[in-house]
Write a protein that binds this ligand. Structure first.
Ligand code: ZN
Length: 246
């Protein structure tokens, strides 16, 4: 466990091939995840939700992520794939910066890609932000997603709409790690009042995720209660608690 004083991200290694970068700035930004050295070829890292370039308080979120990754010995230039849980700017604004540096591939769900070109674009302009320009190489679908052959990471993709119409969550059975994006947090749930949000869909998505065998829940944002929910009993308690909101 290392703390990067020059960065607003706290680095946490949660498995041999898995790092979490917990956002600790004052303004809004998401937590990012990294599967280092999994893809074959020159750019072996896979990042999930690189977050903002700069947020509403003009904190340099992306520079901070670059520094935090550097501290662990990983270069942003070596990212070969970006996975987005959804297309809100605080999760995917930095896509463009990474693609420019490393020509990384991008993937998200097809529903979310359609959303980002329609209602999502309006959301960006409402927030005074430009829509990040990137083209997904392929779409995420519910089912298996095998990352690379170097250090094989076999993920399962779950479609979990509600916060956003094409949100996905990523489950890693080998380590019982669940990356939830903005579906469920520590003691809280994702907002459904943005365009494309639906509380009834969010409820169904959370019901689905709560069936999984999870030791470590990695949410897209930290709350007043905490960031990562660790230990199966705590994860189960967290699901019980957040279901009271639904
Ligand atoms: Zn969001």
């Amino acid at each position: 466990m290392a703390y990067q004083s020059s960065s607003w991200h706290r680095s946490l290694q949660l498995a041999e091939d898995f790092y979490c970068y917990i956002w600790q700035g004052r303004g809004n930004n998401c937590n990012s995840c990294l599967f280092p050295n999994v893809l074959r070829g020159e750019r072996p890292h896979v990042v999930v939700d690189p977050g903002h370039i700069s947020n509403e308080l003009r904190e340099a979120c992306f520079d901070s992520l670059v520094k935090a990754m550097d501290g662990d010995g990983f270069r942003v230039d070596d990212i070969g794939l970006i996975i987005n849980t959804h297309s809100h700017p605080d999760h995917c604004q930095a896509n463009q910066a990474i693609v420019e540096k490393s020509q990384a591939w991008v993937t998200l769900s097809e529903e979310e890609d359609e959303f980002r070109h329609t209602l999502g674009e309006k959301l960006h302009s409402m927030l005074g932000m430009e829509i990040p320009r990137f083209e997904p190489l392929f779409y995420l679908e519910e089912g298996n997603l095998d990352l690379g052959t170097k250090n094989k990471v076999e993920l399962q993709v779950f479609c979990t709409p509600g916060h956003s119409p094409g949100s996905v969550s990523l489950y890693w059975p080998e380590n019982k790690i669940l990356i939830t994006g903005d579906v469920v947090f520590y003691g809280s749930i994702g907002r459904t009042d943005f365009s494309g949000g639906s509380l009834s869909l969010l409820k169904r998505s959370i019901d689905k995720l709560s069936q999984l065998d999870v030791e470590c829940l990695v949410p897209g944002h930290s709350t007043e209660f905490g960031d990562i929910v660790k230990g199966k009993p705590n994860v189960e308690r967290n699901f019980q608690a957040v279901k009271l909101y639904l």
